[in-house]
Design a protein around this ligand. Structure first.
Ligand SMILES: [Zn+2]
Length: 244
């Protein structure tokens, strides 16, 4: 009798030990710091030239291996990007457009056709990638929609991704959907949904206006309440519904 009890207790604690690390891991996955959400924090990154969160990276590699079998060599041109890197991109464009004579609000509107305001990029999360096919002659500017359509060099990639990316957890973010607002169509930008969906939920709770004002970004005096609310609804949330 005693022996049976002992076995039961041992089994139970065995189960507890087996389950607990997993529980705490899952728990950890869904808690993000403000800094992580805005590109100033650290993750347990994988990848050398291009960094991604571990789960995103592992799934990406599986997808890449599958694509190679069909003669497509998926190459990453951008993955994780820090706040600092995004700030340089944004402020360079701001300077360029205002020097060309655009007023600040016009310059900002033009920038946010394709580029994000630092602190608001999905590339800050280590879950999103911009990809092309390395197995075809490389055009001068790789990230142009025309390369993914017609007889463009990335048509095979585009076609393969639309058949297979979802099964690896990857979804196109800025789809070519009629009446979608926010960022323009980006056939190269994919997000690993299991990791990015909870991050978006956490991100939605941040006070974006306050964060952007604190960061002293060029043009931030034009980030009014109505601008921020529109940016949030259109640029951040008007994306592929599979990622919401
Ligand atoms: Zn991108």
């Amino acid at each position: 009798m005693k022996r049976v009890n002992f076995i039961k207790t041992t089994l139970l604690s065995g189960v507890a030990f087996a389950v607990l690390p997993q529980l705490s891991f899952t728990h950890y996955q869904y808690i993000y710091t403000r800094d992580q959400l805005i590109g100033k924090g650290n993750f347990d990154f994988s990848g050398t030239d291009f960094k991604m969160q571990k789960d995103t990276f592992n799934s990406f590699i599986k997808m890449k291996v599958a694509a190679i079998k069909e003669n497509i060599d998926i190459e990453v041109v951008s993955a994780y990007r820090s706040f600092k890197q995004q700030k340089i991109i944004f402020e360079d464009k701001y300077l360029q457009y205002t020097e060309q004579g655009l007023i600040p609000s016009e310059a900002i509107s033009k920038i946010i056709e394709y580029s994000t305001i630092p602190g608001t990029s999905r590339h800050h999360w280590g879950t999103d990638v911009d990809i092309i096919d390395a197995n075809t002659p490389r055009p001068k500017n790789v990230l142009e929609t025309k390369h993914f359509h017609g007889d463009g060099p990335y048509c095979n990639l585009k076609e393969w991704l639309s058949r297979n990316a979802n099964s690896f957890g990857f979804y196109e973010v800025y789809t070519d959907t009629l009446n979608r607002k926010g960022f323009k169509y980006e056939p190269w930008h994919f997000s690993y949904a299991p990791a990015s969906k909870p991050m978006l939920q956490a991100y939605k709770k941040l006070d974006i206006k306050k964060i952007l004002q604190e960061e002293n970004i060029s043009g931030s005096e034009y980030f009014t309440d109505s601008f921020i609310s529109k940016y949030k609804n259109e640029n951040i949330l008007d994306i592929n519904p599979k990622l919401l």
